[in-house]
Structures are given as structure tokens and as C-alpha cells.
Design a protein around this ligand. Structure first.
Ligand code: GUN
Ligand code: ZN
Length: 438
């Protein structure tokens, strides 16, 4: 299928070492045409320059004037088996895990239930404009299979993994190290680099991992060096003290993961709210990435992520919704909360930086920026069609916005999934808002 889509376009031309310069690398084309062929981007050009690209007339024309098209959003931290427990009241991390999370994840031993939830989960991602994500599965091999199958049907570029954990969890969720190793190995063999799918080793976090389990994760990383690794790091003060008790021989929390060679360019650490200076240095030296999850950090009262510090240490950042501690699948809402979290620390997150983290920057933090995250020719055609104003307040406010930066800021401040009119994955429309009438 070949499409020529006429609309407004916004993206970033290249990956950035200094994200504070994001606005200089942004590209806004008020009246443009995007050519896509079999899921790949052929070209993006100004409507007035169309004579230089006469081939556009051979493509199926789709007129979306008045809409803004952006690369699909990238969610760098989200839990598949937590969709049914978003908004669980009253607890902070460790009690929240005991009280709500582990019981919810226990239900995923049932494959039929997991299949139903995998569809609902990925459909929520698409409805919110998220086309790629790094996903925590449950501890169950079958549920993780269900997630990969549902992603394959939707042709999404996803990275996911079965949670590994072998202590301080209910018996129903507790594994033997050998079983965790074997099941993970089977999943890697079956799903890693199959179509648009990739595997991430997923030890839940240090407290639920014995040294033997982390050694098994390390062994898998040696056997399959190009798989990803995702875990949690330094989210909550009690969690950090607990790690110090459980692993007294290591200098700090990150030191535990680093000891097992689980840091590196394909490692993504969620939260990172209370890091010591040497942990920042270690993240930087190992080129590891952080997933910044503001709605979760506020909801669980975990703390405020220090974006300025990440920039000082040149650590790559992506945005994470962290469903179900996070409260929305929408990366737009997540950016809005990110802005507020930074305001509390006197850092004014720029509009360009915010959207960079949600698109190309998120892709770079997952080492996927050669494939997704912008409209450069040859990239995969994953994008969102956005209506900038769908509520009376948005219409009023946008009518008073002076330029694209103000429009984008209002979009992230007042917007959410209602602004996502269509989501395209691999060159085809995978979600269309029913009331949009197209
Ligand atoms: N730390 C360990 N497990 C989890 C989880 O499921 N969610 C969050 N937010 N933090 C965790
Ligand atoms: Zn999480």
C-alpha cells in the first residue's frame, strides 16, 4: 500500500546529544506531504515543492489538511498485567506491590485471560497514539507469549519480557532460578527479532531477585548480547534501604545490577529518583537509559525525577507511563505531568524537549532510533494523526495560540487520547477514533 498524506508535520531530524537544543533540530511543515510505501517512509516535503516529487501522484492520496501528524509515541516503561489495577488507592511502592500488584498479576497464569487482556492493553496503547513500547510482562511464560502474539497481529515494534523474580513475592508468582532461566531462553528463541518484536530480560527489581537469579540474567545477557534489559531502580526510599540490607557488599543500588553486567546501551532503568552521584556516573559511563515516569512518581509519592542531573551526565531519557502505578496510557498527559514535576524543581521543560523525549528521544533511549521516531526516508511508518482541539476549552485556547510551539504546549497541557484521531503502524491505519468520521 502506498499513500501520499497531506497534512501538517512535526518531528526531529536527528538524535541529540544535548536535548536542551531540541528546538533547533525540530522540523515543522505547515503544509506537507508524506509518502509511505509498504510501511516505509519514502519522503516528506512541502506541498508547494510537490513538482520535485512527481511520483506522489502514483500514491493513494489522503487529504488530512488541518491535522497534525507526528511520529508515534514511544512508551519506555509500562506493565502489561497492571492494566486492571490502575488507580489503586492509598499505598506507596512496597505496600502497593503487596496489596494490589501481586494479586493482579497472579491472574495472568490463565492464558485465555492473558490473551483477552493483551488485546485490550495494546488497543489502549494504539488509542493513545503509542506505537512502540518497552513492556514488562507478568512472571508467566504463557501471558508473555500472548502479549507477543497480540503485538505481532498489530505489527507493532515492541520490546517485552517475562518478569523474573524468585523471592519476597507470593508463592504463586515465585519461580525457581532454573525455571526462570529456561522459560526466558525459550521466549528469546521464539520472539527476539521476530518481525518487529524484540526481547528484554526483565528482572523485576533487586529485592525480588536472589544473587543466583541475577547471575542467571547475566548469563542470558552473555548468551544473547543483543537482547534488551529492563528493571526498576531507586524509586522509593524504603526500597533503597531494603536493597542495601539485601546486598550489603555492593556500593549502592545500581552497583548490584552493574555487578551482574546488567548496565549498558540496551539497559533501561525505570524511575532513578534518588540516585547517588556515583550511580549517575555509572549510568553515564555504561550508556544506560532512564525511563522517566512522572504520573507514577506522583501517584505513588515516590519523588521528583531530576532531569537537569540527567542532562549534566548525558544520560539518555525516555518517557514511561508505568501503567498501573502510572495513571494514564497517554504520553500527552505524561508530558504534562513531566512539565509540572520539573517546575517543582525550577527547571522549565521546553516544549521541544518534551516531544523529543516522547518520540525520537524515546526511540534513541531504546536504541531503536535507526528504525522509528522521525519521518526520515527509510524509517518505518509509525505515526499519529492529531486533532489539536477537540473540546470547547481546547478550541478556545488553541484559537488564541500564536505559533506551533504554543499549540504543542497547549496540546500536552490540555490534551489526551481524545486528540488522537488515528494511529498508523507499519504504514497502515491501526486505530481510528470512531467519532472522527473518516
Ligand atoms: N518496582 C518493582 N515492581 C514494580 C512495579 O510493578 N511498579 C513500579 N512502579 N515499581 C516497581
Ligand atoms: Zn514499573
Amino acid at each position: 500500500m502506498r499513500y501520499a498524506i497531506r497534512a501538517s508535520f512535526f518531528d526531529f531530524r536527528s538524535r541529540l546529544d544535548d536535548v536542551t537544543l531540541a528546538s533547533q533540530h525540530a522540523r515543522y511543515i505547515e503544509e506537507g506531504v508524506l509518502l509511505i510505501d509498504q510501511g516505509t517512509i519514502d519522503a516528506l516535503f512541502e506541498w508547494e515543492n510537490r513538482d520535485q516529487f512527481p511520483e506522489w501522484q502514483d500514491y493513494t492520496f489522503y487529504d488530512l489538511r488541518g491535522k497534525l501528524i507526528m511520529p508515534g509515541f514511544v512508551d519506555t516503561h509500562i506493565h502489561f498485567p497492571q492494566i486492571g489495577m490502575v488507580g489503586s488507592w492509598g499505598e506507596q511502592l512496597l505496600e502497593w506491590l503487596e496489596e494490589y500488584t501481586f494479586p493482579a498479576e497472579s491472574e495472568y497464569h490463565d492464558r485465555a485471560f492473558a490473551e483477552q487482556m493483551a488485546s485490550a492493553f495494546l488497543d489502549q496503547c494504539l488509542e493513545n497514539g503509542t506505537t512502540s513500547a518497552l513492556i514488562f510482562g507478568s512472571v508467566h511464560q504463557g501471558a508473555t507469549e500472548a502479549l507477543f502474539s497480540a503485538a505481532e497481529q498489530r505489527q507493532m515494534r515492541l520490546i517485552a519480557g517475562k518478569v523474573m523474580m524468585d523471592r519476597f513475592v507470593p508463592e504463586a508468582l515465585c519461580e525457581e532460578v532454573s525455571q526462570s532461566y529456561q522459560q526466558t531462553k525459550q521466549l528469546i528463541e521464539r520472539w527476539h527479532n521476530r518481525g518487529r518484536l524484540h526481547y528484554a530480560l526483565t528482572p523485576r527489581f533487586a529485592p525480588t531477585s536472589t544473587p543466583e537469579l541475577l547471575e542467571a540474567v547475566s548469563q542470558l545477557k552473555r548468551e544473547y548480547p543483543d537482547v534488551w534489559m529492563q528493571t526498576h531502580l531507586s524509586e522509593n526510599p524504603q526500597e533503597i534501604s531494603w536493597v542495601k540490607e539485601l546486598y550489603p557488599e555492593h556500593q549502592n543500588y545500581l552497583g548490584v545490577y552493574h555487578h551482574y553486567a546488567l548496565t549498558g546501551p540496551k539497559s533501561v532503568f525505570a524511575h532513578c529518583l534518588h540516585l547517588e552521584e556515583s550511580e549517575w556516573q555509572c549510568l553515564s559511563e555504561t550508556q544506560s537509559s532512564i525511563s522517566f515516569c512522572p504520573t507514577s512518581n506522583l501517584f505513588l509519592g515516590s519523588g521528583l525525577f531530576n532531569l537537569r542531573k540527567a542532562h549534566q551526565h548525558k544520560v539518555k531519557i525516555g518517557m514511561g507511563t508505568d501503567i498501573g502505578a502510572g495513571t494514564s496510557f497517554s504520553l500527552l498527559r505524561t508530558l504534562s505531568e513531566a512539565y509540572k514535576v520539573q517546575q517543582l524543581q525550577r527547571y522549565a521543560l521546553t516544549v521541544a524537549e518534551a516531544y523529543y523525549h516522547a518520540t525520537l528521544g524515546g526511540a534513541a533511549s531504546l536504541s531503536l532510533d535507526d528504525k522509528i521516531g522521525s519521518f526520515m526516508p527509510g524509517k518505518e511508518a509509525d505515526f499519529v494523526v492529531i486533532d489539536l482541539a477537540v473540546t470547547p476549552l481546547q478550541k478556545l485556547r488553541q484559537s488564541r495560540s500564536r505559533d506551533i510551539w504554543e499549540r504543542l504546549f497547549v496540546l500536552m497541557t490540555l490534551g489526551d487520547e481524545r486528540n488522537i484521531r488515528e494511529t498508523w503502524v507499519n504504514g497502515r491505519c491501526a486505530f481510528q477514533r470512531p467519532e472522527s468520521g473518516c
